[in-house]
Structure formats: structure tokens, C-alpha cells
Design a protein around this ligand. Structure first.
Ligand SMILES: [Cu+2]
Length: 495
């Protein structure tokens, strides 16, 4: 080897190492421990507000100071008798759908969707959940119901996954009338897709008289759109002239347009009534993944029906045998920024105690040793996520922006937030309350909520595939700790 050859080899080796060593370091560093606490995840973000005494910049974990409140203590008071008692048994295996198909998935009490949980606002709901044979374990989350933290049903954060043959009892007081749903929050990207879910209807204390109700639970089984477990249009008997409130739940990972063959009013979204909703004609309403809308329609007097479409499936409301006219999808969407009329919200949205940024992007890197082009939050990859830290009573502003190339349905547990602006334009209609908000690529929402439910709460993408790819952060109340752990050793995998 000449001197020149030796130099060449040396240069090649140095260049290779300069590439391989940092990559190897990134790979090594990205591997998730077999067991870890959500409190040690990422870095604290105080949103410009007060820091706890002795808080350390690098470690959110420093905050599990002695004397903290465990999530297990943030519970529904004991002693009160339940008003509504429900037994749910989850199974894994064949699912016989209402449309006659049989698929591999999950059932609740033998069906999917599972039974509807119905209660009245203020009632204590007690749900005994049994895992018959779901090998990966289960946990049940009450999507959109702002329950106490101990009842939130997130494996590894608020409880351990319920193992096969085991049970868990959930108790919560129905805090708000509206349309909600329950689903597994253990291996949720697989178990929810497979059908481990069902609807929840909370009626107001004084229901409106003369309004019939119908449920439309949208789900994709094996990639096929269904409503209430069947493809096509399910007939729902309703007399001519009857007002019908259709409660639609989107349990899929993507947004779903919904429209009707007659004009409708959007009575509610995400369980909150729209203030003074006007009649809508020629526009569809988009239900975000995880989101719900209540549409009110009136069955025509001429004996024909109303077609309620969620894509290629839906309901036909009308007298027995009623035909409903074909109803092509409108090209325009209803914009909730300008729908209904303004009214008070119960807190001052002008004053913020904390301001958080939730900027959704995409970048190359490693997550748990896997190279990829991953979702990022504020430029970071999972698990190096912001731990948004608040105190009880804070008014919180959050700017959620998306420059990742895809829509993300953002879901904060335990709270409802109100939209202030989208792309700088303020809400001019009814207060727009949500728990599941579609943020389109290029959009930026400013939202506000009151930190009024202490705990450790997931704030994640409800495209559950994205969540499983690391689109998961948490909102943490100062001084709250969890004894539960995530990771393969713990058996808890909430996403
Ligand atoms: Cu997403």
C-alpha cells in the first residue's frame, strides 16, 4: 500500500465513522426502556407560567416530589350508590356484524359496536369491565366524558391494563349531556380498529319533548364503512313530521363527511350544544376522527324518508318502507367558525395563565430504534415530548399548528376546549367546544380551556395509527404523580 492509498483508506474510514457513529448514537438513544414512567418522558413545558419549587429544567421526573397526589386518589367519591350499572365483557375473536359479515376483531358483550351506555346528566355510572380473553389486556376510556383522572382508562397512566380473566370497575358521574363513546386505550390502534368500542348517550335532566333519537356509529371493519355494524343504509322508523336527532360517532381514524337529503341543523358537536343553530342546506358537516355531531332533521310530511349519509353508509329515517331520495355528497362543508350565534363561555378567554405551542411536523429520525420519517411535536420525536404542566384553575391557551402534510384529529383527555381563532380569524358563531379537533395541514388554531380536572391527561392524535407512531403528549397538573408504567415489562401500551 502506498502512502497515498493509506491516506485514502483512512479518509474513507473517518468519513464512514462520521456518518455511522452519530446514527448509531441516535439509534441507541431512541430505544425505549422496557419500563418507564410517563412522568420521566420528555421535558417540562410550563407555558410561560409558574414553575413548581425546585423544578429542574431537564427532567419532568423531578416533579414526582414526595407529598404529590397520585392519580389513583383523583377519583369519584366512594359511598354513593350507582344510578346506572353496566356490565361489559370484552372478547377477542370472530365478530358477527349486523350486515352478516364475520371478521376477526373484538366484541363487547358479544357485539361490535358494543351496547350503548345511556344515562342522565348527574347520574353516577358504574361500569364493571371484564376482560374474558383479550391477550394483550384492555383498558376502557370514556371518550369526551370529562371523568376524574383515576377513571380515564389509559393503560400505563391511570391504571394497569386489565389482563385476561380480570376485571376493573369504573365509576363516574355523567358531567355533561351529549354524545360520547367508549373504547379501549390499551393497544388502541389495534383494538379500536378491531371493534372494542361502543356509544355513550348522556341525556339532559330535562330532555326536549317531541324529539326522537337515532344513533349512527361509524366504523370501518376490514376497511369497509359501516354504521351500527352494517354496510348500506339502516332503516329507522319515524312518523311523517317527526323531528329526529341523529347522534353520530366517528370511531374511525380519518375524518368523515356527514350530510342529509333534507336541510338539517347541527344541534351539537362533541357533546356540546350549538347556540342557536340555523338550518343548513347543501353542505356536509365533517366529523373528525373520535368526534361526534348531533344533526336534527324533520321527516317530510309526504311519507318519504330522510337519508342520513356518512360516506356510503348511514340511516334512512321515515315511515316503514319509506324510500329516501338519493343524496349526493355536497361539495361544501359547514364551517363551525361561523355557525350559530355567539354566547358567553364560563371563563375569561382573554386572560391566559399558560400559553402552549403544539406544533405538528415531520422529520427523519429514530423512534425506539426504528428509523423513519416520524411525526414531531415542537420539533421533537417521541418520547422526547413536552410535558405541558399546569396548576388547577389556570386558563390555558394552546396554539395547535400543523405543517406535517396530513390532517390530525387532536384529542385532549379530561377537558373540553373552545376554539378562539383559526389562522388568525376569530370565531364569529356559537362557541365552538371540542374534544376532538381536526387540524388540517397548514392550519393553526388558537384554543382555550380551564385546567379544572387535576391529573395526568393524554393529549394525542386520534388517528390511532399516528398515536402509535408517537403523536402523544401529556397535560400534567403540578404535583400529580402516577404509580403506573409504560413499556413492554409493564404490559401497558396505551397506543
Ligand atoms: Cu395524526
Amino acid at each position: 500500500m502506498t502512502r497515498r492509498d493509506r491516506v485514502r483508506v483512512l479518509v474513507a474510514v473517518v468519513v464512514t465513522l462520521a456518518i455511522v457513529v452519530p446514527l448509531g448514537w441516535m439509534w441507541w438513544n431512541s430505544r425505549l426502556p422496557s419500563s418507564y414512567s410517563v412522568m420521566d418522558m420528555g421535558y417540562p413545558d410550563y407555558g410561560g407560567g409558574a414553575r413548581p419549587a425546585g423544578a429542574h429544567e431537564q427532567m419532568a421526573g423531578m416533579e414526582h416530589a414526595p407529598g404529590g397526589t397520585s392519580v389513583t386518589a383523583l377519583d369519584t367519591p366512594k359511598g354513593r350508590r350507582p344510578d346506572v350499572a353496566v356490565d361489559l365483557t370484552a372478547r377477542q375473536g370472530k365478530v358477527h356484524l349486523a350486515d352478516g359479515r364475520t371478521i376477526d376483531g373484538y366484541t363487547v358483550n358479544g357485539t361490535s359496536p358494543g351496547p350503548t351506555i345511556t344515562a342522565t346528566e348527574g347520574q353516577l355510572v358504574e361500569v364493571h369491565v371484564r376482560n374474558a380473553d383479550v391477550t394483550g389486556g384492555i383498558a376502557i376510556h370514556w371518550h369526551g366524558v370529562d371523568v376524574p383522572n383515576a377513571e380515564d382508562g389509559v393503560a400505563g397512566v391511570t391504571q394497569n391494563a386489565i389482563k385476561p380473566g380480570h376485571e376493573h370497575t369504573y365509576r363516574w358521574v355523567a358531567p355533561h349531556a351529549g354524545t360520547f363513546w367508549y373504547h379501549s386505550h390499551q393497544m388502541s390502534h389495534e383494538q379500536v380498529a378491531g371493534g372494542l368500542l361502543g356509544p355513550i348517550v348522556i341525556e339532559p335532566k330535562t330532555p326536549e319533548q317531541g324529539v326522537q333519537e337515532a344513533l349512527a356509529v361509524l366504523h370501518l371493519y376490514d376497511g369497509k364503512e359501516t354504521v351500527n355494524g352494517r354496510t348500506g343504509f339502516e332503516p329507522v322508523e319515524a312518523a311523517p313530521g317527526q323531528r329526529v336527532r341523529v347522534r353520530a360517532v366517528n370511531t374511525d381514524n380519518g375524518p368523515q363527511a356527514m350530510w342529509t337529503s333534507t336541510p338539517y341543523r347541527l344541534a351539537a358537536s362533541d357533546g356540546y350544544d350549538v347556540h342557536q343553530p340555523t338550518e343548513v342546506d347543501g353542505k356536509s358537516v365533517v366529523v373528525p376522527a373520535g368526534g361526534r355531531v348531533d344533526l336534527e332533521v324533520t321527516v317530510p310530511e309526504d311519507g318519504s324518508g330522510v337519508r342520513v349519509s356518512l360516506g356510503n353508509t348511514g340511516l334512512v329515517l321515515g315511515p316503514s318502507g319509506a324510500k329516501a331520495p338519493a343524496s349526493p355528497q355536497p361539495t361544501k362543508h359547514l364551517d363551525l367558525l361561523h355557525y350559530g350565534s355567539p354566547t358567553e363561555v364560563p371563563f375569561d378567554t382573554e386572560q391566559a395563565d399558560r400559553r402552549f405551542t403544539y406544533s405538528i411536523g415531520r422529520k427523519p429520525g429514530f423512534i425506539d430504534g426504528k428509523p423513519g420519517y416520524w411525526w414531531s411535536i415542537n420539533g421533537h420525536l417521541y418520547p422526547d415530548m413536552p410535558m405541558m404542566t399546569v396548576r388547577e384553575g389556570d386558563v390555558v391557551h394552546m396554539t395547535i399548528s400543523n405543517h406535517s402534510g396530513q390532517v390530525h384529529p387532536m384529542h385532549l383527555h379530561g377537558h373540553h376546549a373552545v376554539v378562539l381563532t383559526r389562522d388568525g380569524k376569530p370565531v364569529t358563531g356559537s362557541p365552538w367546544w371540542f374534544d376532538s379537533l381536526d387540524v388540517q395541514n397548514g392550519e393553526s388554531f388558537e384554543v382555550a380551556f380551564v385546567a379544572n380536572n387535576p391529573g395526568i391527561w393524554m393529549d394525542h392524535c386520534h388517528n390511532l395509527k399516528h398515536a402509535a407512531q408517537g403523536m402523544v403528549t401529556h397535560l400534567m397538573y403540578e404535583g400529580v404523580t402516577t404509580p403506573y408504567e409504560l413499556g413492554s415489562d409493564s404490559g401497558n401500551e396505551p397506543e
